[in-house]
Design a protein around this ligand. Sequence first.
Ligand SMILES: [Zn+2]
Length: 328
Amino acid sequence: MRSLSSSLSTEVIRKATDPSAKSTQQELSLLVDAAAWQACYESASVPRKATLLAYSAPWADGWLRAFPSDVLDTRLSNAVLRTAVSQRLGVETFLGDTHCPCCRMIMDPNGHHCGACMAGGDKIVQHNELRNTVHGEGAKANMRPELERQGLLANLGWPDVPGRRPADTLLVSSPALEVTSRRRFPRVALDFAVVSPFKPSSMRAASDHLLATAEEYATRKRQHLRTQELCEAAGIGFEPVVFETAGGLEAGGRKILESILAEVAKVRGKPVNEVVDQVKARISLDLQRAQHRAIARRRQPEADQVVSGAVSRALLESDLEAIDANEA
Ligand SMILES: [Zn+2]
């Protein structure tokens, strides 16, 4: 308590003790929480700072606010809950450094590798769950979404471009859709990703700035193979929506996703907050389950041979999509 009171700013103490300031208990409680968080952050190691920031990001608390219900599929199993809480508290998940059975790289004791490992198909399942959730909300908002539409860039006449599919889901734009580009396009391609702020290459920036990994990846997605430029030349807006494994969503993705959900609320006659909270919970719960699946598989020494039904289905779908794209 003494160390907490020493971390409170004079402004907070003045508000707490001055009757004329008329601060509510809730306001003071939030100020005290913020001061405690800041004191904890300033004395933390780089990995701990990255953890504190990742789990403080907007949208990262969705699963904690969800009403647990079997009907709504918002109840986490005990095993997933244990993993989710362990990750949030920075508790070690593995006994020492071990090799990832999927990619053979050394895994960290906290299990952060599992959220970044591209082998084994877990990332494809995670990506497709996220894509399908937002695609469904686009349909509810009457934005006529098209999944993985082919041939969007075919008319540009550029080599090596016709087979590309820049849209995980393609929406018909409306004035309600809040895009990051200045120009408005009749259609908007949404491109989803989930990135880990705990990779050795990301950790330093992630410990300094909120959502640094997701923001950097969103920029990279726009520039990679000139995707945004090519889409705009074809008359299509390009909007990355990038989550971090802890559940945080970068500003551009937040802007467009929340505007889709505001439209859903309008169409359904529901309060915007209610719709946003439901989707926030859905995505956050899916991310917690995905992280648990990836960790659980890598605890098994034979994980490189054991492929779950969901992963094998996703790999098959992915192969079929690639064949379709080549034949197009
Ligand atoms: Zn791996």
